[in-house]
Ligand binder design. Structure first.
Ligand code: PMP
Length: 359
């Protein structure tokens, strides 16, 4: 069967060459005589895979000295608990920007462990924008300030990151990590589930500034404790070995493509194709405010639920799948992460034009 263009928000499309490479070495990795899935994580052969994955990731993201990279399990949701358990131990207070569904959930979870303040929120406006620095009132004494760089469900992102004075910024970057360059030194912590722009689900990357280790609550479970994980090379217990290997292949693919400068250009091209069409369409309309539009999740509606449904069906019949919007917003969402080729987006725009003309 031919492969479809998969616009899923995550787990999401993975480059075909990555899948083929994995397929080619599935039963026998290089000269090891076994699959990566069969390797003990306490062997030089797996340690090499882990070290290479981390090194390529650091290189691609431009992770500076003084930061550690952890490859953990439990997804981004587990970090919603890990963040306060590791950091909310000074004043016991933290600030959150409520810019979308996951930002909301992150704050809700953190409330179990600390005094959490919503420093700004766009909830009343259906999360059609992200609160900018001048709309945010940070506390003087928060242990950290939490933001979400890209809001997967609402299709919004920060173009200009807010600053928080001396308070470390903790960012959930799940849905736009590696899609555009970021200056890691502006953050205390970055975390991201892998299943959108890194590899298969089941892996979560955490970048943490070294001086923020060692502050965890005594109640922090060992597996969630970043310091313990850092001291044990992310292997306090058996890590997601195959997920790490798949991430390595994905990161190599991105490196060989020219890294973040190249993919950023490509992502801008893809997003512009869609947004330009939406801005000129009589039928389709983007839902996010223009200045905050996401590069990776493009949300749009026709204004008529039946027409939305008909379009999703029409597109699927043309091999463009998973375009149904999240249940919270309805309409459509095209997730166009790194592995979605420009060609897939062109084809989507062509089908939108066709659907519109058909009336
Ligand atoms: N944060 C964001 C921005 C997300 O998009 C998601 C998943 N879609 C999550 C957190 C939750 O991720 P996970 O399912 O890996 O826990």
């Amino acid at each position: 069967m031919e492969r479809v263009y998969n616009f899923s928000a995550g787990p999401a499309a993975i480059a075909q060459s990555v899948l083929e490479k994995a397929g080619g070495e599935l039963a026998c990795y290089r000269d090891k005589g076994m699959s990566v899935m069969e390797m003990s994580h306490r062997t030089p052969m797996f340690e090499e895979i882990l070290a290479e994955t981390t090194a390529i990731f650091k290189d691609l993201m431009g992770v500076p000295e003084g930061y550690d990279v952890l490859l953990l399990q439990g997804g981004a949701t587990q970090q919603f608990s890990a963040v306060p358990l590791n950091l909310c131990t000074g004043s016991g207070k933290a600030d959150y920007v409520d810019s979308g569904n996951f930002a909301h959930l992150a704050a809700k979870e953190a409330k179990r462990y600390g005094t959490i303040r919503i420093a700004a929120s766009s909830r009343e406006d259906n999360y059609t924008y992200v609160p900018d620095e001048d709309q945010i009132s940070w506390s003087e004494d928060a242990d950290y300030a939490h933001i979400t760089t890209n809001n997967t469900i609402y299709g919004t992102r920060y173009r200009k990151l807010p600053r928080a004075g001396n308070t470390p910024i903790v960012a959930d970057m799940s849905s736009n990590i590696l899609s555009e360059p970021y200056d890691v030194s502006k953050f205390g912590v970055i975390y991201a589930g892998a299943q959108k722009n890194i590899g298969p689900a089941g892996l979560c990357v955490v970048i943490v500034r070294h001086d923020l280790l060692g502050r965890a609550s005594p109640l922090c479970p060992k597996l969630l404790n970043w310091e313990d994980q850092q001291k044990n090379d992310s292997m306090v217990n058996t890590p997601n070995t195959f997920g790490i290997y798949m991430a390595k292949l994905g990161l190599e693919w991105l490196r060989d493509l020219g890294g973040l400068p190249a993919i950023y250009e490509q992502n801008k091209t893809k997003a512009a194709l869609l947004y330009d069409f939406l801005d000129n369409s009589r039928l389709f309309k983007g839902t996010a405010q223009k200045e905050y539009r996401s590069l990776t999740n493009v949300t749009f509606v026709t204004g008529d639920k039946d027409a939305d449904q008909a379009f999703v069906k029409h597109a699927a019949a043309q091999g463009l799948v998973n375009l149904k919007g999240h249940r919270n917003v309805g309409g459509m969402r095209a997730s166009i992460y790194n592995a979605m080729p420009v060609e897939g987006v062109r084809k989507l725009v062509d089908e939108m034009k066709m659907f519109e003309l058909r009336g």
